[in-house]
Design a protein around this ligand. Structure first.
Ligand code: PRP
Length: 191
């Protein structure tokens, strides 16, 4: 019998419909289009590499890529996860590296959420070792109040207060990533 949190009985988790909506799917679609247009202007005539941080960034990357009108390719990295914990352990470890070289390329790291900043700070340092022509960061959500290291994103869809959210790629115990809008996960449901 599996015992990991991802295999816990479904009834153990609140239904997404019971959670308060923080950002609607319409707001997400609008801001993603705006950021895609901004990136298309900023990189006009150039080719860019979009590097998504698995797993949370997968949905934002997929929407953003379709809003970017300049030549682009995808790559993905994976780092150690929070797992079920709602706060960062502080330790970041690379689990999956980029597949293709980025030396001399224009790179945008894509995240679902910039929280303490530990993940992006680590990844930025790692990517800079590959000597890209430029490196920027795009994040769907930014929680500036939670920052532990000084790092800012170049493109931010929404700044949010310090609330734990799920949906649009973001999970609790691997659930809710496919929820279309961003919802506030209730404190009383934490286990
Ligand atoms: C989340 C998110 C970022 C990171 C941000 O990932 O996707 O990668 O936390 O937090 P930080 O700024 O405090 O470092 P998580 O570990 O939950 O993994 P996931 O993307 O697979 O959900």
């Amino acid at each position: 019998m599996p015992t990991s949190s991802a295999h816990a009985p479904t009834a153990f988790f609140p239904s997404p419909e019971t959670m308060e909506v923080l950002i609607t799917k319409e707001q997400l679609a609008k801001r993603t289009r705006e950021i895609g247009a901004q990136i298309s202007t900023d990189y006009e005539g150039q080719s860019i590499v979009l590097i998504g941080v698995l797993k949370g960034a997968a949905i934002f990357l997929s929407d953003l890529a379709r809003a970017i009108k300049v030549d682009n390719t995808f790559d993905f990295v994976a780092v150690s996860s929070y797992g079920r914990a709602r706060v960062s352990s502080g330790a970041v470890k690379l689990i999956k590296d980029i597949d293709n070289p980025i030396e001399g390329r224009h790179v945008i790291l894509i995240e679902d959420i910039l929280d303490t900043g530990l993940t992006l700070n680590y990844l930025r340092g790692l990517m800079l070792q590959h000597k890209p022509a430029s490196l920027k960061i795009a994040t769907c959500l930014d929680k500036p109040d939670r920052r532990l290291v000084p790092i800012e994103a170049d493109y931010v869809a929404f700044k949010i207060p310090n609330q734990f959210v799920v949906g649009y790629g973001m999970d609790y115990a691997e659930r809710y990533r496919g929820v279309e809008d961003i919802r506030i996960f209730p404190d009383e449901a934490v286990h």
